[in-house]
Design a protein around this ligand. Structure first.
Ligand code: UGA
Length: 439
């Protein structure tokens, strides 16, 4: 049976979830305090860049199952299920900032009407869902609500695909209480469409669901950091990290995914979640030394790439450097914790002129760096007159970059390819000095 759902927060997780849940046949209202955003979404404008989202958004608006509103409490009062998908940014001490969650609980406890399932999609520290239940218990009668933890595993740029074809669905609930069992039934209805395509559904308690999310992100961050360090070693001893990663990946226990070396992981999740799990460890008196070291090594990787550019050119002062790729990864305009920030900062500090191009992320980069560097809509315009060409994001359009043209436009002959995207043999044949990662 289709359910009436409110999704609080229309950021990338909330919006993709609202659109996806309505596509599953549920009646969904996406709510937010940002009136302008709500208005644009109601008109079918996706507000974020996410592959496929626009079509799904418009289709579900047209069907009448999906609406957007600023009337948060009104919408909650008409819903059986309320998803919390607000941000939990990093606070000063590395722990997760819970203020948006507090507001959401406030709204839920005032709006709630009849039995309501409160589902946390936001990434929240272990124990948060128990705490949400306690907070609600202070204001609502026992038995009138249930709390569920349903962490998301959406990758930016592939969020729509990940929502409709997840590797697994994790649903944590209070296995000890009757409301928990009632919530489980409702969640089965919400996700019936995924159940029908045989998506594995993991039913567990609240703490397990919360920790699954952190453990997964921290493990992936560790895997990337591991291969980055291995790449640095391969580089030093004359081995080829591509052959190493590929062969390691042939071992089914390892898998070839997330073994691509680069300038370090970035984005809104791995940096924040790794720090949060270290701080959770501290809270429980458990040393998370592996993850602590991953955070340090990932920072060092960004600096290493910056130094590689500097060492290639001898010195940075007065040199012109073309940086292609500013987003933390391809298929997104997101620059949060992007390695490009740290690396470009280093180049500018050293007195270099930096010319940049990114297919999507230039506006965001500009709001951070302003006129300290130049921005070009065409990669070759950025390359013109440069002493060194640097690739920091693995956009497809860089893989096929016309190197002959690049060479003819450049003043120097250095390429630092921090994503190993270019054909290094061809680069060498054309007379470039090529430096990749781990080769
Ligand atoms: C990540 C997880 O992959 C999602 O499952 C999770 O839901 C999400 O965080 C979240 O917690 O919300 P995302 O941050 O969008 O998704 O990006 P990823 O595709 O995982 O990439 C993260 C970073 O690792 C990027 O900077 C990327 O360039 C880097 N990376 C990834 C590598 O350097 N090498 C690799 O082999 C893979």
């Amino acid at each position: 049976m289709a359910q009436d759902i409110t999704v609080i927060g229309t950021g990338y997780v909330g919006l993709v979830s609202a659109v996806g849940l309505s596509d599953f046949g549920n009646r969904v209202t996406g709510v937010d305090i940002d009136a302008e955003k709500i208005e644009r979404l109601s008109r079918g404008e996706p507000v974020i860049y996410e592959l496929g989202l626009e079509d799904y958004l418009q289709r579900n608006l047209e069907s009448g199952r999906l609406t957007f509103s600023t009337d948060i409490r009104g919408s909650i009062s008409r819903s059986d299920i309320v998803f919390i998908a607000v941000g939990t940014p990093e606070s000063g001490d590395g722990s997760a900032d819970m203020s948006f969650i507090h507001h959401a609980i406030e709204d839920i406890s005032h709006g709630m009407n009849g039995f309501t399932v409160v589902v946390t999609k936001s990434t929240v520290p272990v124990g948060t869902n128990r705490w949400i239940a306690e907070e609600l218990r202070k204001r609502a009668p026992e038995g009138k609500f249930a709390v569920v933890s349903n962490p998301e595993f959406l990758r930016e740029g592939k969020a729509v695909q990940d929502f409709f074809h997840p590797d697994r669905l994790v649903i944590g609930y209070d296995t000890e209480r009757p409301e928990g069992a009632r919530a489980r039934k409702l969640m089965e209805d919400v996700y019936r469409a995924l159940y029908l395509i045989e998506t594995p559904i993991v039913w567990c308690n609240l703490e397990t669901a919360e920790l699954i999310k952190y453990a997964s992100n921290a493990f992936l961050a560790t895997k990337i950091t591991f291969i980055n360090q291995m790449a640095n070693l391969a580089e030093a001893c004359g081995a080829d990290i591509h052959a190493i990663a590929k062969t390691m990946g042939m071992d089914g226990r390892i898998s070839p995914k997330f073994l691509h070396p680069g300038p370090g992981y970035g984005g809104s999740c791995f940096p924040k979640d790794t720090k949060a799990i270290v701080s959770t460890g501290e809270e429980f008196g458990v040393e998370m030394s592996v993850i602590r070291e991953v955070i340090r090594a990932n920072d060092a990787q960004k600096v290493r790439v910056a130094e590689k550019i500097e060492n290639s050119l001898g010195e940075l002062r007065g040199k012109t450097i073309a940086v292609l790729g500013l987003a933390f990864k391809a298929e997104t305009d997101d620059i949060r914790e992007s390695p490009a920030i740290r690396i470009v900062e280093h180049l500018l500090d050293g007195g270099a002129h930096v010319r940049t191009h990114d297919p999507e992320a230039m506006d965001n980069f500009k709001s951070l760096f302003g006129d300290r560097l130049s921005y070009h809509n065409d990669p070759f315009e950025a390359i013109e007159g440069s002493d060194c060409l640097v690739i920091l994001t693995e956009w497809n359009e860089f893989r096929n970059l016309d190197l002959t043209k690049a060479k003819s436009l450049m003043a120097g002959n250095w390429i630092v390819d921090a994503r190993n995207t270019l054909d290094r043999e061809q680069a060498k044949e054309l007379g470039f000095s090529y430096a990749g990662i781990g080769r």
